[in-house]
Write a protein that binds this ligand. Structure first.
Ligand code: G3P
Ligand code: CA
Length: 294
């Protein structure tokens, strides 16, 4: 891994011209490597095996010995943060049956008490009947119980003005922003650069990630406020990964790359070969086996 990162740094000198290129220390490379391969992140929990973004999906990731879990955070009508991917409740809950007159069933139009009544498990399988849409607080507590780490996505932030501060407040209240923990077990990411810039400005100690593939000549701008560039795997090349990792982020360390969403073993091996730091997957067991060579 260290040799790979060193080579990547050299490659990027040519790619970036005048952009600052940062040498990577052995310790930093070793920590990034985290052992034998990229970090494996369970996307929406182990969502190939349990209903996405539920506590059951967190439990399944823990059962598979997966430390990192990704989720999606949105806000209810009465200001509670909940964990759900779509801006509508329709696909992953029984909201159409419980509230037939409330189309299009947007998260932002329902109170936390109303959402707490919904079944978020039956759509996935009968054995998950009764699973609930968790609040962020419930989700954090379950992650804590398993001693897991969280890649938290602020979802659709344009729908929820101020959600960045709300999210940081819940994280703080739950003890997730204490200095010892914050850089080791939490990354806040978004497709919105404005959203993660806000997170960085409000709470600079928190690691952030930008979801997307900015052009190489714009990466230095992102490096002012984000620690990770997290691209779709369809856009990843070894040269791009090297260009990202050659830059120093706001915490003085090389930028990292967590790519998504890879469920196929061959593709996971290709991504590992391209030098990514993390692979976000619905099938963390498959990817873990692939990149560890197990
Ligand atoms: O973590 C990356 C991934 O979750 C981004 O896409 O749509 O699954 O939230 P999406
Ligand atoms: Ca997500």
């Amino acid at each position: 891994m260290h040799a790979r990162v060193t080579a990547a740094t050299a490659t990027t000198t040519a790619l970036l011209g005048t952009v600052l290129v940062v040498p990577v220390s052995g310790a930093q490379a070793a920590e990034r490597a985290g052992g034998d391969g990229p970090t494996v992140i369970a996307h929406r929990g182990a969502s190939a095996y349990a209903p996405e973004n539920t506590l059951a999906a967190v439990d399944k990731a823990a059962e598979l010995d997966i430390t990192w879990v990704e989720n999606d955070v949105q806000r209810t009508r009465d200001g509670e943060l909940v964990v759900l991917h779509d801006d509508s409740l329709a696909r992953t809950t029984d909201v159409e049956q419980v509230f037939p007159d409330r189309a299009p069933w947007k998260v932002k139009d329902f109170t936390a008490a109303e959402i707490a009544r919904l079944d978020a498990g039956s759509w996935f399988g009968a054995r998950y009947a009764g699973a609930r849409v968790p609040t962020l607080k419930q989700f954090l507590r379950r992650i804590d119980r398993h001693d897991q780490k969280l890649l938290l996505e602020i979802k659709h932030p344009q729908l929820y003005p101020g959600i960045e501060r709300d999210t940081l407040e819940v994280l703080a209240n739950e003890g997730w922003l204490e200095r010892r923990q914050v850089s080791k077990r939490l990354v806040v990411q978004s497709f919105s650069a404005d959203s993660i810039r806000t997170v960085h400005e409000v709470k600079p100690a928190v690691k952030t990630g930008f979801l997307g593939t900015p052009a190489v000549d714009r990466l230095a701008e992102y490096a002012r406020f984000t620690d990770q560039i997290n691209p779709s795997h369809t856009t990843v090349t070894a040269d791009y990964v090297a260009a990202v990792q050659a830059l120093k982020g706001p915490h003085g360390r090389s930028l990292e790359v967590f790519t998504w969403t890879v469920d196929d073993a061959d593709r996971a091996r290709t991504m590992a070969g391209s030098g990514v730091d993390g692979i976000i997957t619905n099938k963390p067991d498959v990817v873990e086996r692939a990149v560890d060579g197990r």
